[in-house]
Design a protein around this ligand. Structure first.
Ligand code: SF4
Length: 297
């Protein structure tokens, strides 16, 4: 057990070890989540972090351990995200499309905000090369059709939360863009990608959006039982960046399957199943490698 992790009450320990007596009140999933992580909800990124490495999840979400470094990929993606959000916020507020300088200022500000921890760059990268790439990507974005919106904004970078999975804490999602488009509620996720997204990649990204579709279902219902559509705006980090919009029509059972998977992950988390799953890809970008080497169960 790692010092300072996942402090649990006796009741919680009893739940985990199956020793709860009949007159003990079981904590609700939200209370259990709060005891384990300090948050009374789960997010898709937490679930996905557990799926990629349970020990890394524990370090990130159940301890106050500071990362040795943050991957440049993470900061870059989040800074581009902030710039795109700035674009859409301005457009929907009725202002002219922001200039490239204005988007780059949003990018720079987000980059500064996220770099308290040392940044680990790829072999051929630096802050300057990434800044050039950001400028090319945002220029391509501005020139593309996806930057123009002819719909009604419902929410931008807004949190939606709900008890949408039986036996699990509330799910909380921060949705990039929700608009009313062609008589449907459309949720759009902004993404950067190493290369053009193919269908396989889109299907890989689907679980988060499927959950988010469930979170906005009450809103779609209140607006007249409208369908919910899932889309992505993806900017590929190519020499000549490519901007594309992708859509997915969920087939029957996809949401149920996603929820069933999350229910199993939550069971594992709430039972304290944390262990390393080393892989060259996963560990290269992990900021907890020293703590991981010391881990003995
Ligand atoms: S170094 Fe690898 S195995 Fe260890 S916590 Fe990080 S991702 Fe998991």
């Amino acid at each position: 057990m790692i010092a300072g992790t996942c402090s649990q009450s006796q009741t919680t320990r009893n739940v985990i070890h199956g020793t709860t007596s009949t007159n003990q009140t079981l904590p609700s999933p939200n209370d259990l989540a709060f005891e384990l992580t300090g948050r009374d909800y789960i997010s898709y990124s937490a679930i996905s972090s557990y799926q990629s490495c349970p020990l890394r999840y524990q370090f990130s979400y159940c301890t106050d351990m500071v990362r040795e470094f943050v991957s440049s990929n993470l900061i870059f993606g989040s800074a581009i995200h902030v710039a795109i959000e700035h674009h859409f916020r301005s457009v929907f507020e009725g202002e002219a499309s922001p200039s490239l300088d204005s988007l780059m200022a949003a990018y720079e500000q987000a980059w500064r905000r996220d770099t308290d921890t040392p940044v680990k760059f790829g072999k051929t990268e630096s802050k300057e090369t990434l800044r050039d790439l950001a400028s090319r990507m945002l220029t391509a974005f501005q020139a593309s059709e996806v930057s123009k919106m002819d719909s009604q904004l419902l929410a931008i970078e807004e949190e939606f939360r709900g008890p949408i999975i039986d036996g699990c804490p509330d799910v909380l999602g921060r949705l990039d863009l929700v608009d009313l488009h062609e008589n449907a509620v459309r949720i759009t996720d902004f993404k950067t990608s190493r290369s053009r997204r193919n269908e396989v990649k889109i299907v890989e990204s689907a679980p988060q959006q499927l959950l988010y579709a469930d979170l906005v279902a009450p809103l779609a219902k209140a607006l007249g039982n409208l369908p919910v559509r899932i889309e992505w705006i993806v900017i590929a980090k190519a020499k000549k960046p490519i901007v594309e919009r992708h859509a997915l029509t969920p087939h029957a059972g996809q949401i149920a399957r996603t929820k069933a998977g999350i229910r199993q992950v939550w069971r594992a988390i709430s039972s304290g199943h944390f262990y390393p799953t080393p892989s060259s890809m996963g560990c290269a970008g992990c900021g907890f490698s020293a703590a991981c080497r010391q881990w003995e169960g």
